[in-house]
Ligand binder design. Structure first.
Ligand code: PLP
Length: 376
């Protein structure tokens, strides 16, 4: 009798079972309600850029369209130069060389896979702010490490803690940590041998505060030991669709990640690398984009406050962190009935259960409509 054919191999569902329910799926019913509004939906839920990709960036992309060969994981020397220059000019980081730089394919991808690439697993702990971008937790869970939300870095139990995420300006609260707070967090981590990754993707979007990087000499003391900053061109340059980001800091850590990523083939496409060089070399489009966001932010903020909302923090980033002192899903429902979709604060941690996150990444026309609906 022939041996029974074995069942085809299938993915282990235990991996996805480790992850939370994909939060945005839970917003779908409210999206449908908002979409039914006669004047259409105003979607302020996901912070996705809507304004054009700057012309000089598009030009650089198309100029590099004829790129038949494999790009390198470490990026072109021109890209590494552009990153080093930008970090010096914009972050005040001194003494950086190419060995301190690693281009990555989107910062979300880095956040999600960093704990795996660092070799973390069962028994290791990964800490992140208690109100935070959900991918920090996902990254810990994907590799079987323990996710640890924190209120205050210095109150963390350092045992087993291998990776500490900082995020200033914060998603979702827009809160900015001053130099003193960052210095204290870096000092604590160094004292306990914990690696710091600082997600600074909103650094160029300060409104009532001037965000500072962990790479600033007054924070890191001029040494990059044990610290890495993560930056993205998604928000600053409207390049979320390009997947262009980079990490800068401790050369030993980034050198190790480079070796792993070479084997893993995590290369930015060559035209995207060329586009990133153009984007990093130009501050004019950033200033222009900031003006657009500042106007939308002011209009939405005024309309929300006139409507009984209280805005907390929100001194930087692309969001207003707003509450009407009621459960977040009540606010989401009520706004969806006016055709406005926002994100429930609970997506970012239990501490957000009475807040909503309102992105100002919608066109001027959509923002005007939202303001009209809120003040009607
Ligand atoms: C705090 C934070 N980090 C990282 C990202 C990911 O950005 P990207 O993958 O586009 O670089 C986001 C996107 O919203 C974010 O809010």
């Amino acid at each position: 009798m022939p041996a029974p054919t074995p069942a085809p191999a299938s993915p282990d569902p235990a991996v996805s079972a480790r992850l939370p329910v994909f939060p945005w799926d839970r917003l779908e019913p409210f999206k449908a309600t908002a979409a039914a509004h006669p004047d259409g939906i105003v979607d302020l839920s996901v912070g996705t850029p809507v304004d054009p990709v700057p012309e000089l960036v598009r030009q650089a992309l198309t100029d590099a369209a004829d790129s038949p060969g494999y790009p390198t994981v470490w990026g072109t020397p021109a890209l590494r130069d552009a990153i080093v220059d930008w970090c010096g000019r914009r972050l005040g980081a001194r003494g950086l060389t190419h060995s301190h730089v690693l281009p990555v394919v989107g910062s979300k991808e880095l956040v999600a896979w960093l704990p795996t690439q660092l070799g973390l697993g069962a028994g290791d702990r990964v800490a992140y702010p208690r109100l935070a971008y959900p991918t920090y937790e996902v990254g810990a869970r994907l590799t079987g490490a323990e996710p640890v939300p924190y209120e205050s870095v210095v109150e963390l139990d350092p045992r087993g803690l291998r990776l500490l995420w900082l995020n200033s300006p914060s998603n979702p609260t827009g809160r900015v940590q001053g130099k003193e707070a960052l210095r204290e967090a870096v000092a604590w981590a160094r004292e306990h041998g914990v690696l710091v990754f600082s997600d600074e993707c909103y650094l160029e979007l300060g409104w009532e505060a001037d965000p500072v990087s962990v790479l600033h000499p007054e924070v890191c003391g001029g040494s990059y030991e044990g610290i890495v900053a993560v930056h993205s061109l998604s928000k600053r340059s409207n390049l979320a669709g390009y997947r262009a980001a980079f990490a800068v800091g401790d050369s030993a850590v980034l050198g190790e990640l480079l070796q792993i990523r070479k084997h893993g083939g995590m290369m930015s496409p060559a035209p995207v690398q060329a586009a990133a060089v153009a984007a990093l070399g130009d501050d004019t489009h950033v200033a222009r984009q900031r003006e657009r966001y500042a106007a939308r932010r002011a209009a939405l903020r005024g309309a929300l406050e006139a409507n009984g909302f209280r805005i907390e923090h929100s001194e930087a980033s692309l969001y207003l962190w707003a509450t009407r002192d009621e459960p977040c899903w009540d606010t989401v429902r009520e706004l969806s009935e006016r055709g406005i979709l926002v994100a429930p604060g609970e997506f970012y941690g239990a501490a957000g259960e009475r807040f909503v996150r309102i992105a100002f990444t919608a066109t001027d026309e959509r923002v005007r409509d939202a303001v009209r609906r809120l003040t009607a």
